[in-house]
Design a protein around this ligand. Structure first.
Ligand code: DOR
Ligand code: ZN
Length: 500
């Protein structure tokens, strides 16, 4: 959007010029805008009509991405009864939508309407910006933005501060921490440890190995294997797997080992390597008692056994979690990877903290099936409804100290993700920080980013704030298709921020 004195096609003068043609220089924006327009027109048309030259790039993007054929009409070429001002094939029954960049008086759309009259079934027009100058048009026009939307945001800043125009937007925050991370073991450590500590200073390392990590000795040996690959000077914080054979003397010795951070409760068979998990919670009361005395945090995979996959979390929160809290009011609890609005409510109203993953903040259950089944979006807890996602986003961006990032980064080889019994887990460590930054930025909440991604979790676990900083720069970054054997979340997508 340019600010100055501009003469418009209609002859009027304007202080603002919406130069949407320039979008060709910003492919990631063009793509985003195209996707947004498509959401408004999906299912309503069989043919798109672009108007040279302004709307051709965006119209072509929508056409090729969503496989809707397209025609082009040159508005200023008068119709002499020959077809040469319409490029492309069409039928009278085709439901057609005209795509344009900006609407001012409605003149150019109207010229196209005249050309197409009787030749196609014209259902409307979709534009990027409505200048709100009272256009007249004989078809329904849907706009993505209105002039007043721009006036409310940064047109003024552009005007008064020309120096800022070329400045790249950057966010500087304390290096993030990940309070829920699966590093795996063996060969995988090479890739997993690198991507973990490139972007995170501290990482809470999950114990669901085969066999599970149930003693401090095993945890420290596992930590040594991690350290062999730790080239970014990260801090792996180790956990034990809540198990019937867990030793009381280990619980008593827990606080003497600064490497140890907590104990993870897996209900039996709810997720990867949880067959040794808890079947009957009451059998673990003596352990919870000691954990409460020793101030050892309990991290909970909060899903009920043997209920509908979409209800597991809500049922656990209703039936099991209140019992633990009631019997052990001083036990410090983190409800891991919360995925529902019920969980958000519960955490807000009880003495419990929670981690949230990037995938539960940006996707809902439809994303597992969009355009065909996508095993890379299968994780546990499974993605839930849009309303659940909204509730999670709201508390995350609020900066509320009870909520912090736990990526649940869970690499499985491409083969085991794509098998007929595909594994649950999303490999997100290379993209998690950038995704969360974009989400906060899009909500105008970048001031709370550091709380969610770095400091809130330190407050809960009593860790010092990181003195290292990272800078997120607003420059498009395309997510690679794979890292070794692992396919990352948002594969091939263009993200708004890059870490520099
Ligand atoms: O999707 C998941 N994958 N959820 C979990 O709880 C475990 C994780 C894994 O270890 O693969
Ligand atoms: Zn996990």
């Amino acid at each position: 959007v340019k600010v100055g004195e501009f003469k418009l096609r209609s002859g009027e003068m304007s202080k603002y010029y919406f130069d949407m043609k320039n979008l060709v220089s910003y492919p990631y924006l063009l793509k985003k805008i195209g996707d947004e327009i498509y959401k408004n027109i999906a299912g309503k048309c069989d043919l798109l009509c672009g108007i040279p030259i302004g709307s051709i790039p965006i119209c072509s993007y929508i056409s090729t991405t969503y496989e809707i054929p397209m025609i082009m009409v040159r508005p200023s070429v008068k119709n002499y009864g020959i077809r040469d001002n319409i490029v492309g094939e069409y039928n009278p029954t085709d439901r057609c939508i005209i795509i344009d960049d900006v609407i001012t008086s409605g003149g150019s759309i109207e010229e196209v309407v005249e050309v197409l009259e009787g030749k196609v079934d014209l259902v409307g027009a979709a534009v990027i910006v409505d200048r709100e100058q009272g256009y007249t048009c004989s078809v329904v026009v849907e706009s993505l933005f209105k002039r007043s939307d721009f006036e409310e945001c940064n047109l003024k800043t552009n005007e008064v501060n020309n120096e800022d125009e070329n400045k790249v937007f950057e966010i500087k925050i304390r290096k993030p921490n990940d309070f829920h991370h699966h590093l795996r073991d063996g060969e995988t450590l090479k890739t997993s440890v690198e991507h973990c500590f490139r972007n995170f200073k501290n990482a809470v390392v999950m114990p669901n190995l085969v066999p599970p990590v149930i003693t401090i000795e095993q945890a420290l040996e596992y930590k040594n294997r991690i350290e062999e690959q730790n080239h970014y000077n990260g801090n792996p914080m180790m956990t034990l797997y809540l198990h019937k054979d867990i030793k009381i003397e280990d619980l008593r010795a827990f606080k003497n080992h600064k490497e140890m951070i907590g104990i993870k409760l897996y209900p039996q068979n709810v997720t990867t390597n949880s067959k040794d998990g808890v079947a009957n919670i009451e059998e673990f009361n003596h352990i919870f008692k000691v954990m409460e005395q020793e101030d050892i945090p309990l991290m909970i995979h909060g899903e009920a056994i043997n209920v509908d996959i979409f209800k597991k979390e809500a049922v656990f929160i209703e039936s099991t979690l209140p019992k633990i809290i009631k019997s052990f009011p001083k036990l410090r609890i983190v409800l891991e990877h919360i995925s529902t609005k019920e969980a958000v409510e519960f955490v807000l109203n009880n003495n419990v903290h929670a981690t949230i993953t990037p995938q539960h903040l940006i996707m809902d259950r439809n994303d597992i099936f969009r355009g065909g089944i996508n095993p890379h979006h299968y994780c546990l807890p499974i993605l839930k409804k849009i309303e659940d996602k909204k509730a999670l986003v709201e508390v995350a961006i609020s900066g509320n100290p009870k909520f912090f990032l736990g990526t649940d980064n869970a690499p499985h080889s491409e083969g085991s993700k794509l098998s007929c019994c595909g594994c649950a887990g999303i490999f997100n460590s290379p993209v998690a920080v950038q995704i969360i930054a974009e989400l906060f930025y899009n909500h105008g909440s970048e001031d709370n980013l550091e709380k969610f991604i770095s400091t809130n979790g330190c407050d809960f676990y009593g860790l010092p704030y990181n003195e290292e900083y990272i800078t997120l720069r607003e420059e498009p970054w395309v997510v690679p298709k794979r890292y070794g054997d692992f396919v990352p979340l948002m594969i091939g997508e263009t993200l708004l921020f890059n870490i520099i």
